[in-house]
Design a protein around this ligand. Structure first.
Ligand code: CMP
Length: 140
């Protein structure tokens, strides 16, 4: 399997609790390299556009409010099979269903405040990475 990239977001519930370093250690211990990273305050328009695929879901408005409730850390993770590997280390969306060793089982507060986002396919990863980063900002 060739090297792959995926988009990760450390969400406001995690930045609020000062968990960026602990979460980054999980990525690095799993063999994922953080090849781009920035801490930012999303605008309502950015959060709404990023999650536009969920626009019709009942949780959409709450999700956008949550994602602008504090800073996020957006990052590009690179490694062998990075999309699937990141989804493994994140665990299930609902922390109650996540396996014990995963980020969401260890750190998430709820299905909404679930500490991290990760792209769900290589195609979405490419789109999500370009949403936040220029190619010149990604430094393997
Ligand atoms: P994420 O992987 O970022 O993708 C969509 C987000 O919507 C999800 O993580 C959660 O933060 C949030 N969310 C809130 N409620 C739900 C739900 N019932 N099902 C899925 N995602 C939800």
């Amino acid at each position: 399997m060739a090297k792959e990239r995926t988009l990760s977001i450390i969400k406001p519930d995690a930045t609020r609790r000062n968990l960026t370093g602990k979460i980054n250690a999980v990525f690095e211990d799993a063999g994922l390299s953080i090849v781009a990273q920035k801490r930012m305050q999303l605008t309502p328009a950015q959060a709404g556009a990023f999650y536009a695929v969920h626009k019709e879901r009942p949780f959409y408005n709450d999700l956008v409010s949550f994602m602008i409730s504090g800073p996020v850390v957006v990052q590009v993770l690179e490694g062998e099979n990075a999309v699937a590997k990141n989804r493994d280390v994140m665990g299930a969306t609902d922390p109650k269903k996540a396996e014990a060793h995963t980020i969401r089982a260890q750190f998430a507060e709820s299905i909404e405040a679930n500490s991290v986002h990760g792209s769900d396919s290589a195609e979405n990863a490419a789109n999500e990475i370009s949403f936040f980063f220029a190619e010149t900002e990604i430094l393997p």
